[in-house]
Design a protein around this ligand. Structure first.
Ligand code: IPM
Ligand code: MG
Length: 345
């Protein structure tokens, strides 16, 4: 039976990079005889414009019945002062689908080392995975705002922490067997519980080396010694901040994919960058983060390891040939970057 893929192109450069990602997916589907149907739905600002809501019922119903979801990007300056923002749709989508585990791999392309702000010697061997808790913490606690006072509640249950930490231990077992848990245990109660749960679970994974880092010092180590990390696990807010920080190591946000998993529903795959409204519609956006998100989907939701590798090495070879979009210091358009990748498939 055909696998149903839901495409949420969203806003800004979203539609342009989604088209590129789907072109690669269709090419690979033909080559590997994958039976797929692709359905497009409105999401984010594009959905607000039509339905006055970033996650309309029709979209939610569609994603619930999907085998996998591809999301490009949402948001735009026209919604900055609006009462309903595109980002609310993203948070609602994560919550509704129980997408508690956000995986953000940080793997550098040798051919882009000149784009990194770090010295080349610091970049050798950098290859780690940020596992970010995605449906709890301060993002989903009570938010309260009045004229002269505001607060946001950060709360985690033992079960929420256990679920994400287990997944991170298992990821570490498949990699270099090192887990770094990042918290703010010297100040926050949630972090004290977090650290306790990590230590308890560590008993079940004796083959994985565990270390704890405080988030402030971890932020520093990501720049000064990035190659020492293998799997990082952390709460929602710290993961948001640290994964953006980590992404600059590669030289551009435009090459960073991500996957979000639930316990037993469809997974969602998306670039970690935003909708880049300043370059939207110009045909110059870098499609690589979307294409690599497609590769993650092909591997993790469709179980097609070989097809995923074909996509990833086509991206790598196009970059080695010097084809680069503007964010990478080149002149290639989205279409030219895509054509180069497709010809390498
Ligand atoms: C991300 C984004 C989102 C987040 C925003 C758009 C709500 O920054 O996916 O990292 O903070 O989670
Ligand atoms: Mg973010």
């Amino acid at each position: 039976m055909a696998k149903k893929i839901i495409a949420l192109a969203g806003d800004g450069i979203g539609p342009e990079i989604m088209a590129a990602g789907l072109a690669v997916l269709e090419e690979v589907a033909e080559r590997f005889q994958l039976d797929l149907t692709i359905e497009h739905h409105l999401f984010g600002g594009a959905a607000i414009d039509v339905y006055q809501h970033p996650l309309p019922d029709s979209t939610l119903e569609a994603v619930r019945s999907a085998d996998a979801i591809l999301l490009a990007a949402i948001g735009g300056p026209q919604y900055d002062q609006a009462t309903i923002r595109p980002e609310q749709g993203l948070l609602a989508l994560r919550k509704e689908l129980g997408l508690y585990a956000n995986l953000r791999p940080v793997k550098l392309f040798d051919s882009l080392s000149d784009r990194s702000p770090l010295k080349a010697n610091l970049l050798t061997g950098v290859d780690f995975l940020v596992v970010r808790e995605l449906t709890g913490g301060i993002y989903f606690g009570t938010h309260h705002l009045e004229e002269d006072k505001a607060f946001d509640i950060n709360s985690y249950t033992r079960e929420e922490i256990k679920a994400i930490v287990r997944l991170a231990f298992e990821a570490a077992q498949r990699r270099r067997k090192k887990l770094t848990s990042i918290d703010k245990q010297n100040v926050l109660a949630t972090s004290k519980l977090w650290r306790k749960v990590v230590d308890e679970l560590a008993q079940d994974y004796p083959d994985v080396e565990v270390e704890h880092q405080l988030v402030d010092s971890a932020a520093m180590l990501l720049i000064t010694r990035p190659s020492q990390f293998d799997v990082i696990v952390t709460e929602n807010l710290f993961g948001d901040i640290l994964s953006d920080e980590a992404s600059v190591l590669s030289g551009s946000l435009g090459v960073m994919p991500s996957a979000s998993h639930s316990l037993n529903g469809p997974s969602l795959y998306e670039p970690i960058h935003g909708s880049a409204p300043d370059i939207a519609g110009k045909g110059i956006a870098n499609p690589i983060s979307m294409i690599l998100s497609v590769a993650m989907m092909v591997r993790e939701s469709l179980g097609q390891e070989e097809a995923a590798q074909v996509i990833e090495s086509a991206v790598e070879r196009s970059l080695e040939k010097g084809i680069r979009t503007q964010d990478l210091g080149g002149k290639a358009t989205t279409a030219e970057m895509l054509a180069a990748i497709i010809s390498e498939l």
